[in-house]
Design a protein. Structure first.
Length: 356
């Protein structure tokens, strides 16, 4: 497993995490939920944390606003160390950090307007300031005409937009999103993700979101870390991680191994094997799409294309080919060297006798 125990440094950090560990007591036993997390989250970016259920991503997110106390290590937000803040200072910091929840957490007996206004009322803001700000954020999320509705009268996507408005009402500099789209249908998910991206671009707010869905990461995130068993196992810009995933967990989350081929693969060469089946992964800027003629000429043998996929992520083309080569002992290291300008990764995924 790759260790990122020293540092994951993307740029000047808005949030700086160093040597973070979190332990829970469960039935008299200590559970190590977060293991030596070191992470820099840049200001004004959308930062994704992805992992399977139980990987530790929710625990990590909740440490960022003090909802979970850290066991060891430090979290700095604009040079403020959370562990050194007094109770009143922590409350002030939380007002600069908005939280969006998976299941909306709206009060059913209050209107949309009252739900959004509640944090300002609790903080004793003047009535005229509350009125102005609540109306502003409701317009921002496209719910100005729903202010007097109750949550029961809203769709799931509308409820989540109320949650976003409530999170924005304090003029936060950071938004934390806890599986903000996992309870939504695809159409509502698309609307909410577009809204989060718009908020990031218009207001410059740093957004940290956790999810178990790579599609969410692909749609709006600038950078991503993959967490497994409480450890960061992979990190980078989204286009880079998608084009050349290093860890099995990342490949599983990307569903890269779901092949639909017109023949059966064997992991080893058997009597009727005639071809090596290769997967080639690549990434390039949109302006410099890979030249297939140049790529296939490097094989110096017929190349049969069986599957291809291409996607556009962060102004990069990210894709893969599945090809059959009539060579059972192909030197992938040499081929990788010859194609390094075009191909990020070459892998022999099996052997077969394709039917032509």
């Amino acid at each position: 497993m790759v260790s990122f125990g020293s540092q994951v440094d993307f740029s000047v950090p808005h949030i700086k995490i160093r040597n973070l560990n979190k332990y829970y007591e469960v039935q008299g036993k200590s559970v190590h939920a977060l293991k030596n997390i070191n992470l820099d989250i840049p200001e004004g970016k959308i930062f994704g944390i992805i992992g399977k259920s139980g990987a530790g991503k929710s625990s990590l997110l909740r440490t960022l606003n003090g909802l979970e106390q850290i066991s060891e290590g430090h979290i700095h937000i604009h040079q403020q160390d959370l562990a050194e803040l007094k109770h009143a200072e922590l409350i002030q910091l939380r007002q600069r950090i908005g939280m969006i929840f998976q299941h909306f957490n709206l009060m059913s007996a209050k209107t949309v307007w009252e739900n959004v206004a509640l944090p300002l009322k609790v903080a004793n803001y003047p009535k005229h300031e509350i009125e102005t700000r609540v109306n502003e954020v409701l317009q921002l999320v496209g719910l100005g005409n729903k202010s007097q509705n109750y949550p029961s009268q809203l769709s799931g996507g509308q409820k989540q937009r109320v949650g976003i408005a409530r999170a924005l009402v304090h003029h936060p500099e950071i938004l934390l999103c806890d599986e903000a789209t996992s309870a939504l249908d695809p159409e509502s998910t698309s609307v909410v993700l577009s809204l989060l991206k718009e908020i990031n671009q218009k207001l410059g707010i740093t957004i940290v979101l956790i999810t178990h869905e790579m599609q969410v990461i692909r749609e709006i995130c600038d950078q991503v870390v993959v967490i497994e068993h409480g450890e960061i196992v992979e990190a980078g810009e989204v286009w880079s991680v998608f084009s050349n995933p290093q860890q099995n967990i990342t490949q599983e989350l990307l569903n890269l191994e779901q092949l639909e081929l017109p023949f059966s693969l064997t992991p080893e060469i058997i009597a009727d094997s005639s071809h090596s089946i290769l997967k080639l992964r690549y990434a390039s800027s949109v302006q410099h799409a890979p030249d297939l003629k140049v790529i296939f000429e490097q094989f110096e043998t017929p190349v049969h294309l069986y599957q291809s996929h291409i996607d556009s992520i962060q102004n990069h083309l990210v894709g893969s080919f599945i090809v059959a080569i009539p060579d059972l002992h192909i030197d992938t290291t040499l081929l990788q060297q010859k194609l390094k300008q075009y191909i990020a990764q070459i892998e022999v995924i099996g052997y077969a006798r394709p039917a032509y």
